[in-house]
Design a protein around this ligand. Structure first.
Ligand code: SAM
Length: 276
């Protein structure tokens, strides 16, 4: 039976809507056609009645099977949006989340206020924080990760977006040379105990990018201690909902003079700003 591209897109939206909210399903169906088959809205408006080719139908069918298993669409397509840019992502990298823009905004504000010249992004993943800071400031930016796969993707994103920064592989602040001024990170912060209740899409992301011992607080706590110990002026960290009180206490215990929590639009604790 021949199926036009317009019908293929509509059928895809209905199939996706069996396991996704309807609006998301429709939005994804357009993205799949544009990104996967090179047939965007403009093309479909003029040529949508053309019969869909066998290989195109097969490709959409294969993706649908993977998506139904819970694989995030960003891994199917190979990119995710952040700060109005496209970022290459692979199963080695976390998929950027919109709330991480709050970390970026806080880091830019704090860094400008303190007049810093050097900043490090710890656990850079696809590179979003380090690369955006390199593009939006004249700071010397260093980005690290202990995953060589993630670093390769971050390097590629930096190159494609024209950002100049240094990359180091290693554990937290260990590979970063002194002096430190501003430490920024979206560290793993999910509590292992929450694993059974999480969306199944998270199963496809690297566990080492998500989970942290000590109720999700281990990586952030170590960073706060290391950054203070090495004389940083400020530390800006993403955190999980409800972690603000604990992390403020740990920041003050580490030696920081001030610790503040910024909440996201849903009213959840999201960013810790610690100042020396
Ligand atoms: C939550 S992801 C954040 C990725 C990216 N910054 C973002 O916001 O999308 C955490 C990142 O930290 C890295 N990571 C985890 N443990 C680490 C460690 N001990 N030292 C360095 N990087 C680590 C993971 O590989 C992952 O890329």
């Amino acid at each position: 039976m021949s199926l036009s591209y317009t019908e293929l897109r509509r059928d895809l939206a209905s199939s996706l809507a069996r396991f996704l909210p309807k609006e998301e399903a429709v939005a994804e169906s357009w993205i799949w056609l544009a990104e996967g088959l090179g047939k965007d809205k403009a093309w479909l408006l003029s040529n949508g009645s053309e019969a869909a080719s066998g290989p195109d139908r097969e490709r959409i069918g294969q993706w649908l099977r993977r998506r139904r298993e819970g694989e995030p669409w960003s891994y199917l397509i190979g990119w995710a949006p952040f700060r109005e840019k496209r970022w290459k992502v692979t199963p080695d990298t976390l998929i950027p989340r919109p709330e991480t823009e709050l970390v970026l905004e806080a880091a830019l504000e704090v860094g400008r206020r303190l007049g810093v010249k050097r900043v490090v992004d710890i656990g850079t993943g696809s590179g979003i924080l380090g690369v955006c800071m390199a593009l939006e400031t004249d700071w010397a930016v260093t980005a690290t990760d202990f995953s060589s796969g993630a670093l390769a993707v971050a390097r590629e994103n930096a190159q494609v977006l024209g950002a100049k920064l240094d990359f180091f592989e290693g554990d937290l602040l260990d590979p970063v040379p002194d002096p430190l001024e501003l430490v920024v990170s979206n560290p793993p912060y999910v509590d292992e105990a929450d694993r059974p209740t999480l969306q199944r899409e998270l199963d496809f992301e690297p566990a080492s990018a998500l989970f942290s011992p000590d109720r999700g607080l281990h990586h952030a706590s170590v960073l706060l201690f290391q950054a203070w110990d090495r004389g940083a002026k400020a530390c800006v960290l993403e955190m999980g909902a409800g972690q603000g009180g604990d992390l403020c206490r740990r920041a003050l215990t580490a030696g920081w003079k001030k610790a503040m929590v910024h909440q996201d639009l849903a009213g959840h604790d999201r960013v810790l700003v610690a100042l020396a």
